[in-house]
Design a protein around this ligand. Sequence first.
Ligand SMILES: [Zn+2]
Length: 262
Amino acid sequence: MENFEEALCRENFERIVGRKKHTKILEEILFNEYHLVRKLKKDKPCKESHVNSINSLLMIYEGLKPILKEVIGEKISKNPNIILDKNFREAGEYLFEEKKIRIGAGPESTVKMALAHEIVHHIIGEKFPMLSKTEKYIHFEEGLGRMIEKRASRIFERTEKKESYLLATFDDSLREIKNAFKYNCYINYRSIPKWVKIIDKIHERFEYFSGDDVKIKYGGMNLFINRYTLGNGVFSIFSKRYGDDFYKQILKSRDFSIFLKK
Ligand SMILES: [Zn+2]
């Protein structure tokens, strides 16, 4: 068995996102997410309660647990320390050393999806402490985090009849998949389709910047290769190829190499 940590290296993630056979898959994912986000933004948002107390945040955590157990396939072995920080300007973050989740105040859908994402970091940290010690494998965690968010948001949209859950997740995902597709085009000397250039123009939110960002200029566009681009790119491609549950097998067997050879 190939070393789990080696198989998860950034080079492998870049290779998977850049593979020629994945161009069509990425284009299709991008097309679907673009149209979903466009539709969500046109619809009138429904009124949402604002989460600004630790008690309501902890209630959300309790409600998330069974859903996450189902979609991750692992239960939360040790409860994380969760804090609500009203001055925090981001949706959420996980502090590995302290095993602490920090969440900013905000609309319920944003808070719930941010919490779902940070819990994934917590579970991976507990299960694979050797991965979390370093940020070297962070793209794996970000990919899994986004994948879990997407699945959970679809469940909440169905059960609570609120599209805001989808928007809280897919607006971010769209930006990441767009960069993954552009990277694939760049690697394969393919010109970027016009409709993708249009997404770039109308996309209101800013690109992420993280410590591992690589910015490339291609076809008059910027593309950002980072933990989110690579993680979401690989997880989205693999869920199309192997089914939505493919990662459960990786978490159970601690073997990623089975998905690298095909
Ligand atoms: Zn994350």
